[in-house]
Write a protein that binds this ligand. Structure first.
Ligand SMILES: NC(=O)c1ccc[n+]([C@@H]2O[C@H](COP(=O)([O-])OP(=O)(O)OC[C@H]3O[C@@H](n4cnc5c(N)ncnc54)[C@H](O)[C@@H]3O)[C@@H](O)[C@H]2O)c1
Ligand SMILES: [Zn+2]
Length: 350
């Protein structure tokens, strides 16, 4: 099978029904490999049977480990449990950990693959829109500590990413919207044509009729950015557009109370309004972003928004080392810019 996108050693395939080809692909790439499937109960209920059947048909041996859904699953103790499961199965470096699920399962299983035996094969089969366009591409893996999200992890790209857009049909609206916020983000920071195309797609159903090419465009953009800056030192930071304020909102309201995409949506609009006032962003940009987010059911403002609280949360965010921070702004739709400023200057954008 020919990959649709290659990001260094990582091969990305986008195809409806690719779950049922997973066994064939693994058999041809790693003929003697055993597979440890990692998933959550919800996703397993929907797609595990199809995956198992595909592995059975190609005579690929496997074991399965399932976790509860949600962010609380991203812990070091679950990494230990996964590594012990791999050890019980006498897995070696040629064997495969396969993540079947959203970003939570991808981050957890990817980190286990990175550290078990100092690295074994890793295949991602992302099933949420966010995971298909964002978390499964680019190699960030990791888990949370009680002090904060994603504080322990590694850069470890999946050898193969198998994206099956058909799995998005079973996502609830909240998760679909959450992913759409990231899709819109790519239009904002990189691709005005994608942005304009999204403006013409009025409903989830219409988006779904073109989902394969939309997911592909987003993966190409992420691959291009990551290829230029694998370790998040410069260009890759533009992927954080809307995220400084977004993370601060998630932090102050409480993770899970508001979806990540919803918080980022508010962040993108706030920062762009601030930057327009400062004359740094083309006038009318915030309005277009706001309209597009609303089109997909995302709110663009929040009740009880407290600037001082948001500012405090931003200053303690791990990414804002020292007094200066990187703020991602748009020059206009399709072009982002990284501005370094002091936390005092930053306040004017909130
Ligand atoms: N590594 C990265 O670069 C990166 C980037 C962005 C986000 N993330 C991480 O991703 C995580 C969020 O990922 P997420 O938004 O995919 O959440 P998630 O993995 O928690 O999935 C959301 C919910 O959708 C369910 N689900 C998954 N696929 C489904 C399907 N096809 N049909 C029905 N239900 C389905 C899951 O069971 C879960 O309840 C966070 O932990 C975040 O830190 C990582
Ligand atoms: Zn995000």
């Amino acid at each position: 099978m020919k990959p649709d996108i290659e990001l260094k050693s990582s091969k990305i395939y986008i195809k409806n029904g690719i779950i049922s080809e997973a066994g064939m692909l693994i058999k041809s790439e790693y003929p003697d490999a055993k597979v440890l499937i990692v998933s959550d109960y919800t996703v397993a209920g929907l797609y595990l049977e199809a995956l198992k059947e595909s592995l059975d048909v190609s005579s690929v041996p496997y074991d399965t480990m399932l976790f509860n859904d949600g962010e609380k699953t991203k812990t070091l103790s679950n990494i230990e449990a996964l590594c012990e499961k791999a050890a019980d199965n006498e897995m070696n470096r040629g064997d495969v950990i396969l993540a079947l699920g959203g970003g939570v399962i991808g981050d957890l299983a990817g980190f286990a693959a990175a550290v078990f035996l100092r690295g074994i094969k890793f295949i991602a089969l992302p099933t949420t829109l966010l995971a298909q366009v964002d978390s499964s591409v680019g190699g960030k893996t990791g888990v949370n500590l009680k002090q904060g999200k994603n504080l322990v992890g590694s850069f470890y790209k999946a050898d193969h990413v198998l994206i099956d857009p058909e799995t998005l049909k079973t996502l609830n609206d909240r998760e679909f919207q959450c992913g759409m916020a990231e899709v819109i983000k790519y239009g904002c920071i990189w691709d005005d044509e994608l942005f304009a195309r999204l403006e013409s797609l009025k409903t989830r159903a219409v988006v779904m009729s073109q989902i394969k090419s939309i997911v592909k465009t987003c993966c190409e953009i992420k691959a291009e950015i990551v290829c230029q800056d694998e370790y998040d030192r410069s260009l890759r930071m533009i992927l954080n557009f809307g995220h400084t304020i977004g993370h601060a909102i998630e932090n102050t309201i409480g993770y899970g109370e508001i979806s990540h995409g919803q918080a980022v949506a508010i962040g993108m609009v706030k920062i762009t309004k601030g930057a327009e006032k400062k004359g740094l962003t083309e006038v009318g940009t915030a309005e277009r972003i706001e309209q597009l987010l609303k089109q997909f059911g995302l709110a663009t403002e929040m009740e009880g928004y407290d600037r001082a609280k948001i500012m405090r949360a931003i200053v303690i965010d791990k990414k804002n080392i020292g007094k200066h921070m990187n703020l991602i702004l748009l020059k206009h739709i399709g072009q982002a810019e990284i501005i370094i400023m002091s936390s005092r200057e930053m306040e004017a954008y909130l």
